[in-house]
Design a protein around this ligand. Structure first.
Ligand code: THU
Length: 152
């Protein structure tokens, strides 16, 4: 299957059940997008783990601001919800722009996601309405990153 990225497309049917859940939930989250300026509604769903090893899905949408720099991306909305409930280890992140599917996380979000889950966390970008995805590791999206390890 063709992909506009270096990554091949993977069909929805090949995903694990929890990955499929994340893909469906990120579409759902995009419906709450507050994006009157860009009109680019984004949704994210993150499978995150707490210190007890319990896993839970958190969702989020982009929340824009009239002061454009105050905009928060969908990935960070979902991630902040997870961290604020004690789920600091991001395992898998699914993201979709409901209008133009296919965009990978922005640079700010890559840095943010790397903080919680590091190199091994996986990102699934939904590439089309048929839910084909591209699969990335955070190490691929943000190689040689500056992170918590850099401060030790
Ligand atoms: N956006 C996200 O929510 N996630 C990304 O990774 C890329 C960009 C949002 C921010 C803004 O509200 C809109 O998409 C256009 O940039």
């Amino acid at each position: 299957m063709g992909s506009k990225f270096t990554k091949p497309l993977s069909a929805f049917a090949t995903l694990t059940p929890v990955e499929q859940e994340l893909v469906l939930k990120c579409w759902e989250a995009a419906k709450q997008s507050y994006s009157p300026y860009s009109k680019f509604p984004v949704g994210a769903a993150i499978l995150a783990e707490n210190e007890q090893g319990e896993r839970k899905v958190f969702t989020g949408c982009n929340v824009e601001n009239a002061s454009y720099g105050g905009t928060i991306c969908a990935e960070r909305t979902a991630g902040v919800k997870a961290v604020s409930e004690g789920y600091r280890m991001f395992v898998t992140v699914a993201v979709v722009c409901a209008k133009i599917p296919g965009g990978p996380p922005c640079g700010f979000c890559r840095q943010f996601l790397c903080e919680f889950g590091g190199y091994r966390a996986e990102v699934l970008t939904v590439q089309n309405s048929g839910n084909d995805i591209c699969r990335w590791t955070m190490d691929e999206l943000l190689p040689d990153s500056f992170g918590p390890h850099s401060l030790q």
